[in-house]
Design a protein around this ligand. Structure first.
Ligand code: BG6
Length: 511
């Protein structure tokens, strides 16, 4: 292993996004699953962009740990390949990459073998000597959930998980989702984590929380006086949360077929977005104050009985799914779900929250729409005018066209009393010159700073699994049921429309 050329990288215009105060403390990031999809698509591009924006201390290095034999240079080439495809900034600045890549090295080892961890320990110490870091270590488990227990045990046996203190270097660990497969396995994992780590060393990542626009949910609610007084069952008819993807499983058939949409997206991303929409205002923006409030929402989610699951959930699968590589030809794994759920608390009693998520839909679109109740009485006389009166809708667009829109009724110009719906629209890209940072950039930064606000706490993942596990058990137990099939490029199965129509409501278009 060689770490050379730590000279300052080429300077670019300082971005407002990373101020000097945001610079990371020196540390070494060790990635398990170093050659995997997540590392190439997300982690290395995030780090490269942080280097571009001068957010990384020069005493920051990366070690990839994985079983395939390869040299540092071969590993760097593999990463560069991913960078060309997935970095938000293109083209790749070769000089910058050359400087940064010299701080990336590779250690070969498998997850079980103690020798691999001994090599990792030596590698870490060598890198730390070279870059002169203080010994801060961040381990990132970009691995399937089943690999986490053995990695944690081996790291602990190798003496690599010391908590550190105020004056000594810290060790933290980032755990990727899905965090377990169900409530039981997530609780087991939490128990193992607690045996070897203190809770404040643990960062359970859900990249949706790192999205700028997801953080905007709380700012929209709590930074304006006009929404919060209406944010309850008296004024809100229902809430729709959509996470539509136009892509399919993209070569991840083996993982996806064991996982399915409920574990992949609902348990984590959608429930996190739901908690931010529905939570009570926290007493402060400190990590645990916010996490306490998110947890309260998850605790209040009404759990379904076995019969209720099939009344409230539509499980769909896109037509070509079974032909995907590494997918069972008779797979029942859902790639789409529509769920009607309720939050049993004072604020939300009786207000349905509709979640809709799927792959291979007509568009990539993630948004929250808060649909307000109709006006109590239409005063505009004519029936046709009153029928045209649509409810107010506040839409928080998470991606791709980040922003917010408020639908209101207004008078159409002219002598007649005619009413039309119009939209007041705010778009991030039109308002702000800087591109939106990728969620992983923000979250890596926070983990190094020791800010756990945007990471899930132990109880949070367990309450999310508590809601989702009966859904999974009912579906997985009903082996005779088939998912409803939907055409690729469509808006999803008609059964999901029916779920809404049955409630006298309708989905917003995915466009
Ligand atoms: C990941 C899922 O967590 O989120 C993927 O495993 C999904 O299946 C992805 O495609 C969606 O993330 P984003 O940021 O593109 O909405």
């Amino acid at each position: 292993m060689r770490v050379t050329d730590l000279s300052p990288h080429q300077r670019i215009d300082a971005s407002e996004l990373f101020l000097q105060a945001d610079r990371l403390e020196p540390c070494v990031l060790v990635i398990f699953g170093a050659a995997g999809d997540l590392t190439r698509r997300k982690l290395i591009p995030a780090l490269y962009n942080m280097v571009r924006e001068e957010a990384l201390d020069e005493r920051f290095a990366v070690i990839g740990y994985s079983r395939s034999p390869q040299s540092d240079d071969q590993y760097r080439d593999l990463l560069l390949d991913g960078l060309g495809n997935y970095s938000r900034a293109q083209p790749i600045d070769e000089k910058l990459w050359q400087g940064f890549s010299q701080r990336i090295s590779y250690v070969e080892g498998n997850f079980e073998d103690p020798e691999g961890y001994a090599a990792l320990r030596n590698g870490l110490e060598a890198v730390e000597r070279l870059i002169g870091s203080d010994g801060n270590r961040l381990f990132y488990l970009a691995t399937p959930p089943s690999a986490a227990p053995i990695i944690l045990h081996r790291l602990s046996e190798a003496g690599l998980l010391q908590a550190g203190g105020a004056d000594s270097p810290w060790t933290r660990i980032i755990l990727e989702k899905p965090y377990g497969r169900d409530l039981e396995s997530a609780s087991d994992l939490n128990r193992i984590v607690a045996e070897v780590l203190q809770e404040d060393q643990v960062y359970r990542i859900d990249h949706y929380l790192g999205k700028e626009t997801v953080q905007n949910i709380l700012v929209a609610r709590l930074g304006n006086t006009i929404f919060e007084p209406l944010w309850n069952r008296k004024y809100i008819d229902h809430v729709q949360i959509t996470a539509a993807e136009s892509i399919g499983v993209e070569g991840r058939g083996r993982f996806y077929d064991r996982t399915g949409v409920v574990r992949d997206m609902v348990q984590s991303h959608l429930l996190q977005v739901l908690s931010l929409c529905a939570m009570e205002p926290p007493v402060s923006f400190a990590a645990d104050d916010i996490r306490d409030k998110r947890v309260e929402v998850l605790r209040s989610l009404r759990q379904f009985t076995a019969e209720e699951v099939f009344k409230n959930v539509v499980f769909g699968q896109y037509r070509g799914y079974r032909d995907e590589e590494n997918v069972d030809r008779e797979s029942r794994t859902p790639t789409y779900a529509a769920i009607m759920c309720f939050i049993d608390n004072w604020r939300w009693q009786g207000v349905p929250f509709f979640l809709r998520v799927g792959k291979h839909l007509s568009q990539r679109l993630t948004e929250i729409s808060v649909v307000f109740r109709p006006v109590p009485l239409c005063l505009f006389g004519r029936d046709d005018v009153c029928q045209d009166l649509e409810p107010n809708v506040l839409t928080i667009r998470i991606q791709p066209d980040a922003g917010m829109a408020l639908k209101i009724s207004s008078k159409r110009p002219g002598g007649e009393m005619e009413v039309a719906s119009v939209e007041m629209d705010f778009s991030y890209s039109e308002t702000y010159a800087h591109p939106i940072r990728d969620a992983y950039e923000r979250l890596l930064l926070d983990a190094v700073k020791g800010d756990a606000t945007l990471f899930a706490r132990r109880d949070e993942v367990e309450f999310a699994w508590r809601f989702v596990t009966p859904i999974l058990s009912s579906w997985e137990g009903a082996i005779k049921r088939q998912p409803v099939f939907y055409a690729e490029g469509s808006e999803g199965p008609v059964e999901a429309e029916n779920l809404m129509h049955g409630q006298g409501r309708q989905w917003r278009e995915i466009c």
